[in-house]
Design a protein around this ligand. Structure first.
Ligand code: FE
Length: 184
């Protein structure tokens, strides 16, 4: 019989999430700083506070299990954060940068939603109801954040598109002016 059962896998998955949440606590202030839209920045700041709660809920679970939360690096989250910071190094401005930040943040949320969905069903099977409720609370907050980001993307993409059109028009009209000067 293998000695690594569902409970060990559950603990392993929780450690991964614990590391992922802690990586996010560090990344979210940078994302907030890079945001132009007040609403988006406040959204990131709010989610930072929620993320600190997510860390605490996981600590509570580890306490109940009598296990240490440390010992894993979540490579998935590392990759997502790395991609997000690559986007902020691109030459995007204003609402176009915001649209890139939203894309990165939603990837993070979907990853977490998958992770919490996984541990929640394991906790259900293992019959640890208090832990199911804690995981469920976090899962709901991740889903709400994702929905909020989808809403914001609707407005911000429109702005990004309009500002792109304006820029093109500006460039076109300054080209026309130059042309007409040359003709005159
Ligand atoms: Fe979280």
């Amino acid at each position: 019989m293998p000695d690594q059962g569902l409970k060990e896998l559950y603990i392993d998955e929780l450690k991964d999430l614990y590391n992922a949440e802690n990586q996010l606590v560090k990344a979210l202030p940078k994302m907030a700083k890079a945001a132009s839209s007040d609403e988006l920045r406040q959204g990131f700041e709010k989610h930072l506070e929620q993320t600190k709660d997510h860390v605490q809920r996981l600590e509570k679970i580890f306490q109940a299990l009598g296990e240490s939360p440390k010992g894993k690096t979540c490579k998935g989250m590392q990759g997502l954060i790395e991609e997000g910071s690559e986007a902020t190094e691109e030459d995007y401005e204003g609402s176009v940068m915001d649209a890139a930040l939203i894309g990165a943040a939603q990837r993070v949320e979907h990853y977490e939603i998958a992770g919490y969905g996984t541990v929640r069903s394991m906790a259900e099977t293992l019959g640890v109801d208090d832990q199911v409720s804690l995981l469920e609370e976090t899962l709901e907050e991740e889903k709400e954040t994702d929905e909020k980001l989808t809403e914001l993307a609707g407005q911000i993409n429109t702005q990004a598109n309009e500002s792109g059109n304006e820029q093109q028009q500006d460039e076109a009209s300054s080209r026309d002016k130059k042309k007409s000067r040359r003709v005159a």
